[in-house]
Write a protein that binds this ligand. Structure first.
Ligand code: ATP
Ligand code: MG
Length: 391
């Protein structure tokens, strides 16, 4: 039996002249994710990628499909039987190939797509013939064109005819790295991993930056963030992870700045350090998990002060989302259970009792200028430890 996986893409198909470069990035990402899955061929034609294992008997189709569902840029995935491009071949194989599925339903319909217009029969004619063949093999079953329990798909394409019982939804979006690269400010919380996932979905490759304040924050808290990155890698690809020592900076803010401005100043200094690190690798955007009005540091006035500390683009994909919507995605990408582990983040160290919800930039800058943070910031950049988190 000769099976393959048909991978169809969504938005890329709408691209114009540069469609080819998006396809190549998607092919590269698929190849990377499948690199330990044995021998297979990938080819593209008609807005579809054909993944053809060299040995169908040993190839782990389920594992492959599970991995493909996490690769952005893919709209749908179908495991299909390849047959010779003749009606006789389709009729000969269809009942045996889909026997299990057909024996479990009472109603079905056949849908035929004929992208090879040279094929001598039209789609409805093919569907009628295939439907007749199925009815004669499975007497208990009926055709229901409006609400069938099973759709039998026949695709007449360039290289052959393909039979399958439907497709699984892909992750959608754009292939990772087709939009460039950004730096996610990742904490151990619920929001920032979801923000990372959402921007990867729009085609950004990611590096991650995390601020630690030992001894106020523990090794377990750092390990938790690395685990979150590991959970993101199937979607994002490898992540270069920057761990920034932040203790002295936080202590200096506490000592030299007004308590009610602690959080906004801390956030600005995080942005400044992240910006310096981004500029070393020509990264043009920061991503955060902020959501408007969720907490005092995420009011419009506070975000205005934060944005003013960087000249990079600041992407906040969760800005208009409720916590319940964010949690739903956290479940879906399996970061929820890790995120709710109760370890301290540096943001919860020295939290002011009454943070200013409407900080004014003028006063924030004035408060910051009372102490020369520059040497501490430079030192933190120098002491940043990097590693690559991959599969
Ligand atoms: P999260 O759920 O991502 O922790 P949050 O709602 O708890 O977000 P804050 O703690 O105020 O909000 O943090 C806002 C954003 O600042 C985070 O989403 C993240 O992007 C960034 N951030 C917070 N703490 C850290 C940290 N220790 N290292 C890196 N980035 C951080
Ligand atoms: Mg947090």
């Amino acid at each position: 039996m000769n099976e393959l996986i048909l991978i169809k893409y969504g938005e890329i198909a709408l691209k114009g002249l540069n469609k080819g470069s998006f396809e190549d990035i998607l092919l590269r990402n698929i190849r990377w994710r499948m690199r330990d899955m044995g021998h297979f061929k990938l080819r593209k034609a008609q807005s579809t990628i054909y993944l053809e294992p060299s040995d169908c008997d040993t190839f782990d189709f389920e594992e492959a499909i599970d991995r493909l569902t996490k690769i952005f840029g893919i709209a749908s995935i179908s495991r299909a039987l390849v047959v010779e491009k003749t009606l006789a071949a389709v009729l000969r194989e269809v009942c045996a190939y889909l026997e299990l599925q057909l024996s479990m339903v009472r109603t079905f319909k056949v849908e035929t797509r004929r992208s090879d217009k040279q094929f001598p029969m039209k789609s409805p004619e093919i569907s009628a013939e295939v439907g007749g063949e199925i009815l004669s093999h499975f007497p208990g079953i009926k055709v229901d064109v409006h609400n069938p329990e099973l759709i039998v798909n026949v695709e007449i394409r360039d290289f052959g005819a393909y039979i399958h019982a439907g497709s699984i939804a892909g992750a959608g979006g754009m292939p990772v790295s087709s939009s460039g690269k950004a730096m996610i400010l990742i904490s151990g919380g619920l929001d920032s991993p979801v923000a990372a996932y959402m921007m990867a979905k729009r085609g950004l490759a990611l590096e991650a930056i995390h601020f630690v304040s030992p001894p106020y924050t523990s090794d377990r808290a750092l390990q938790k963030v690395e685990t979150l990155c590991e959970k993101l890698v199937p979607y994002t690809g490898s992540i270069k992870f920057h761990c920034v020592p932040f203790t002295e900076i936080q202590e200096a803010i506490k000592e030299h700045c007004p308590e009610e401005l602690f959080t906004v100043i801390m956030r600005r200094l995080m942005m400044k350090i992240a910006t310096t690190i981004c500029k070393e690798s020509d990264i043009k955007a920061l991503v955060t998990g902020e959501s408007l009005a969720q907490v005092a540091s995420q009011t419009l006035d506070a975000l205005y002060c934060t944005d003013n500390s960087t000249d990079l683009v600041v992407l906040r994909p969760l800005i208009g989302m409720d916590k319940t919507e964010i949690i739903k995605i956290a479940y879906q990408i399996d970061t929820y259970e890790t995120s709710i582990l109760p370890y301290e983040d540096c943001c919860t160290v020295f939290t002011p009792r009454h943070p200013r919800t409407k900080p004014k930039l003028y006063f924030v800058e004035k408060a910051e200028s009372g102490f020369d943070f520059a040497p501490l910031l430079e030192q933190a950049v120098r002491d940043t430890v990097c590693k690559t988190i991959t599969l």
